[in-house]
Design a protein around this ligand. Sequence first.
Ligand code: ADP
Length: 752
Amino acid sequence: MNNKIPNRIGLLTSGGDAPGMNAAVRAIVRTALTQGIEPFAIYEGFQGMVDGGDKIRAINWDGVGGILHRGGTVIGTARCDDFMTREGRLIAAKNLLENEIDKLVIIGGDGSLTGAHILHQEWTGLLSELVSTNKISADIANRHQSLLITGLVGSIDNDMFGTDMTIGADSALHRITEAVDSISSTAASHQRTFVVKVMGRNCGYLALMGALATGADWVLIPERPPDSDNWEELMCKRLIAGRKAGRRDSIVILAEGAQDRHGNYIGSSYVSKILEECMGEEVRVTVLGHVQRGGSPSAFDRNLGTLLGHAAIETILSSSHDSEPQLIGLRGNRITKLPLVDCVAKTKAVSKAISDHDYEQALSLRGSSFEEAFTTLKTILRTLPHPPSPGQRRHRIAIMHSGAPSPGMNTAVRAAVRIGLDQGHIMLGVQNGFRGLISGSISELDWMSVNGWASLGGSELGTNRHVPSGSDLYQIAKNIELFNIHGILLIGGWSGYESAFRMHTERTNYPAFNIPIVCLPATINNNLPGSELSVGADTALNNIVDAVDKIKQSAVASRRCFLVEVMGRKCGYLALMSGLATGAERVYLNEEGVTLKDLQADVNMLITGFKSGKRLGLLIRNEHANEVYQTNFMCTLFEEEGGDLFDVRQSILGHLQQGGNPSPFDRIQATRLAASSIGYLIQQLDNSTNNSAFMGLQGKEIMFHNLEDFPRMVIRDKQRPKEQWWLALRPIAKLLAQPVPGYSTMDQEPQK
Ligand code: ADP
């Protein structure tokens, strides 16, 4: 008799499907295989667990190949009433035991995770009942006395405690912003009003962030119902005033769970009727519905699913047999785990607070960034700023860019201008980066001058990489005095940071430079110190991932390897993260360098792969991975060595990476960072201090670093920070894309 206890894990997706679930499935299966655990897919969620039979099947490395870009879930999901009963769960337990599965990873919403928790609690009881009724042998029961569970939140609603982001929420926001951007352009042409209803059940995240990202004019969410009973009147007054101030369209975003402060449901037809009466024009309603769930997952959701899936297996490996179920989540850019039961309880507490009309509690349970976003939104969607208070010191704050254009720059300017004006200050726009500061192309920006900038790619103020030196500095000092500039917000990349630092070090020579300067990170390269993510990097990543998806599709019926070159200067962020999101089997980074030995090993890897049936190869190379072994060289080398076995094509993505409208994440981040930077400048000026800083996100927090620390925190000749958090993800990218011997033949989807 074979006494070896099988080491098996069951994985299932349950409840509403969400883009990014497939990335999690792939990561769970592949990480399990590399750790010697046999993964079993449980098809159609808990229903498959109850049905058993061929709904529970072993799944191998190739079974999860070529699924990263697909929406939904390839292992199916369902809602299952049987599982709500103990009898149903008894059958489910029997099916698990028959397959010798005593570990589960469940990807679903709070309902599914509640179900998982209940199964865990009942496990011992279910086991004894199954033994006493002879449904399973005592031997099997003895082998699997405990059930280990980890949960990942797959839900577009982002409604779960224990993670900043749920798998699918970012993709849903992509769909919402695309839709609202399109609606805005037609609405503006006809001067129309639109009500756009978005999903989210009783969570207002999608509506709130959708409004923040698109520059909508009004938002209604469950956690923060309108303050007054005559909210309809107030909404109408605001929208009419907006039109008078020059807005050509009016967009109201309505969360599906929106209610008034007495708990009465607010429906889209009601809002539309009210608006038609007060605006005296036809109002169109768009219910976005399942479009929000569909489509290819965003780069963020692919990587989130991948990292959480990988962490789920690691968590199971480090658990003891009596470990409580854990929820794997994300805080900032770090993976966290918390007891699942607490997360479910806290999530339910928000729903309860809403149904008890305790909105303050509901809002605070959603967390500080949700509240902060609501406050910012309330300011920037005003029709006009609050007038300055009598006797207030009005500061003159200049806003400018420096560096290559980065999507989200305009969004940041819009937020900064409106927040500054609303607090009574004078906002100045500098055209064309440092060249404009040198030539004096500086003018006042008013409230409506930044209208519509939330969703606009490129850089309306203009930007370039000029770093001032010599007589430039004298001109800048002169203009600072001439235009009476009290502080500067610099939204840009490396050249901006270098220039600001130069001005800072020249303070003794140029007294005019004794003003506070804040550098807000905005570059697709994500190569700035003091910020884990810079504005624009997420958009570029999505641009790359879209392009690579298309490139992969173009390889029909051929054995082909693509070598894709991406931007980033000497920072490999875009290369690594796009490699992770597209399943590239090799990523070349300047941080690691490339040697001839590496290239030889890669040739061998490709030959072995294609010989054993692989049809498609994908390699991603940072533009400066190695100055000698350039993309063209590598391509020719691989092509020559591939002989008749495979051919190689290179694709240098170029400027498409910088273009397009900013992604929702970049818009939200740009708004958040701009609000914080303006706050910092105003505080310095109110206190008559002149500290200068560079700032950004670190974990979940926004941090400011003294500008003097710039040289200490960077490798200057490589133009990147000394600390790069994402380098820690390299082993995961490698592990998931390069097949484990004996488990796989190919990574990419077989071509038909
Ligand atoms: P989501 O997981 O997206 O919140 P649902 O709330 O519909 O979706 O839950 C999905 C499935 O999880 C349900 O159909 C059911 O099988 C199971 N489930 C939900 N709540 C429970 C519960 N309280 N007890 C047992 N199973 C549950």
